[in-house]
Design a protein around this ligand. Structure first.
Ligand SMILES: [Zn+2]
Length: 425
C-alpha cells in the first residue's frame, strides 16, 4: 500500500537498535540499545512486556531482558523489577497483554510514558561438519527440536497452538507456510531458521495491532511512545546468541486513525525476500527493501480483506445478492432516521442476519471493515476472504462474530451502519 505522506524513518531515537538488525550477536547488545533509546527519548514511566516460548532453553533470553532492560529502566525496588511476561508454546503474543502492561507500570496516558514490548521467537542449532543444522538443540539428555512448537507447525501437527500460528503465518493474505515448505523458496536447511524469523516478526505485528486498537478505544490511556522489538534467540552449545529482526517505533499522532503512528524498521515478513549468509561463524540476514516503512495500523488492517475481495474479479458478489444487502442496510438507515426501530444495535443485528444469509464471505469483509467485528479476528477474516476456508467455515465464523456484535455500544453500532452504507454505495 503506497502511503507516501507517512513517515519512512524511525519515529524514536533508535540508531543503535537499527545497527543490530539481521546480525547474530551475544545477548545484551539488543537490551543495551533499547535502554539507550529509552534514555535518549527521555522516557519517564516505562512499561515492559516480554513474550517468549515456554521452552526451558529460553531462560537465558528471559534473564537477559530482565538484567539489561527492566532493571535499568524500571522503577521500584531493584530486586523486584520484572517485566510482564507471556511464555507459551511458540511465543504467541496474547491479545490484551499490552494495555494491561501499560496499566501495571503506570504508563497509561502519562506524559513521557514508554511501552516496550519484546517478542522473542527462538531456533536452535548444532554444528555438524562445520555447518550449522538449524532447528535442533542439545538438551540435558538428548538433542531435539527447537523451536518444538514451530516444528509442529511446519509438520502440520494439529494442536490449538499450531492453529493460532497458522492463522498468523497467513496474515495479510501471504502464504508463508507454503513458501517455507517449498525448497525452491526457502532451502530445507534454513526452514527452521526462517520460520523463527517470521514468527518473531509476525508476533510483533499482532502486538502492534493490540496496542493500536487499545489506543483507538481509549486514547487518553495510550502511552506516549511505543517500541516493539522483534528478535530470535539462537540456542546453541555454550551461551546463546540473539538476532534482532527489527522493531516498530510508535508515537502519538492526533491525525492517525488510532491516535498512534508506527514505522517498522527491519526484515520483511516475506520469507522469499531474505538473504541468509554466514560470515566468520556468525549469521547475517539481509533483504533488498527499504530499511524503514510506514506500518499498517488497525484501520489499514481492517480495510485489507475488503480490498482483497474487490481486487479479485473471480469473487464478486452477484448483483442480486449485493442489491439485497444494499436494500437491507438502506432500510435500516431509514428506520433509524425515522426512529421506527428501538436502536442501531437491533438494526445492525437485523442487517447481519441478511448479510450472513446471502453473502457470508463478502459480509465478513464488510463488517470487519466497518468496525463491527473485533480486531483480534483479523487473521481469521483474512483466511476466509482470501479463499482458504470453506463456505461452512465462513458461515461458522459469521455466526460467532454476529454473537459478539452484541457488545458494541449503541453509538458504535450506529457508526457501523453508516460505514456499511458508505461501503455499499
Ligand atoms: Zn519453542
Amino acid at each position: 500500500m503506497a502511503r507516501p505522506s507517512f513517515p519512512t524513518s524511525p519515529l524514536l531515537p533508535t540508531r543503535d537498535l537499527a545497527g543490530l538488525i539481521g546480525k547474530e550477536q551475544h545477548f545484551g547488545a539488543t537490551g543495551r540499545a533499547i535502554v539507550a533509546m529509552a534514555r535518549s527519548a527521555g522516557a519517564k514511566h516505562v512499561a515492559t512486556l516480554h513474550v517468549t516460548c515456554s521452552d526451558e532453553r529460553e531462560k537465558e533470553c528471559a534473564d537477559d531482558f530482565v538484567s539489561t532492560v527492566v532493571r535499568e529502566l524500571g522503577a521500584g525496588t531493584f530486586s523486584r523489577r520484572a517485566p510482564m511476561r507471556t511464555a507459551n508454546l511458540g511465543a504467541r503474543y496474547e491479545w490484551g497483554a499490552a494495555p494491561l502492561a501499560t496499566d501495571h507500570f503506570n504508563a497509561s496516558g502519562t506524559e513521557g510514558s514508554l511501552l516496550i514490548i519484546k517478542t522473542s521467537a527462538h531456533v536452535g542449532y548444532v554444528e555438524r561438519t562445520h555447518e550449522r543444522e538449524y532447528g535442533m538443540v542439545e538438551r540435558e539428555h538428548n538433542t531435539s527440536t527447537a523451536c518444538g512448537a514451530l516444528g509442529c507447525l511446519l509438520d502440520s501437527v494439529s494442536q490449538p497452538f499450531t492453529h493460532e500460528l497458522e492463522l498468523l503465518f497467513h496474515s495479510e493474505n501471504v502464504d508463508r507456510l507454503g513458501m517455507l515448505r517449498d525448497s525452491t523458496v526457502v532451502p530445507d536447511k534454513y526452514r527452521p531458521l526462517v520460520a523463527s524469523l517470521m514468527n518473531a516478526r509476525l508476533q510483533a505485528r499482532e502486538a502492534l495491532l493490540d496496542v493500536g486498537e487499545a489506543a483507538r478505544r481509549n486514547p487518553e490511556q495510550a502511552p506516549s511512545q511505543v517500541l516493539i522489538v522483534s528478535s530470535v534467540s539462537m540456542n546453541r552449545p555454550g551461551a546463546d546468541n540473539e538476532l534482532l529482526v527489527g522493531f516498530y517505533s510508535g508515537v502519538r499522532d492526533a491525525a492517525a486513525p488510532c491516535g498512534l503512528t508506527f514505522t517498522w524498521t527491519g526484515l520483511p515478513s516475506d520469507p522469499s525476500a531474505l538473504h541468509i549468509n554466514h560470515r566468520t561463524a556468525s549469521l547475517v540476514v539481509t533483504h533488498d527493501g527499504p530499511p524503514t516503512r510506514w506500518a499498517r495500523g488497525p484501520k489499514a488492517h481492517r480495510d485489507l480483506p475488503l480490498a482483497h475481495l474487490r481486487a479479485a474479479p473471480s469473487e464478486p458478489a452477484p448483483a442480486a445478492v449485493q442489491s439485497a444487502v444494499d436494500d437491507a442496510v438502506q432500510a435500516i438507515q431509514s428506520d433509524l432516521a425515522n426512529q421506527k426501530r428501538p436502536g442501531a444495535k437491533l438494526a445492525l443485528a437485523g442487517a447481519a442476519v441478511v448479510i450472513g444469509e446471502v453473502m457470508p464471505i463478502a459480509g465478513l469483509a464488510l463488517l470487519f471493515s466497518s468496525g463491527a467485528i473485533k480486531l483480534h479476528y483479523a487473521w481469521r477474516v483474512h483466511r476466509v476472504t482470501s479463499g482458504h476456508a470453506t463456505e461452512d467455515e465462513a458461515r461458522a465464523l459469521f455466526a460467532e462474530v454476529a454473537d459478539n456484535m452484541d457488545e458494541l455500544s449503541e453509538a458504535e453500532a450506529r457508526q457501523v451502519v453508516d460505514r456499511l452504507a458508505s461501503e455499499l454505495n
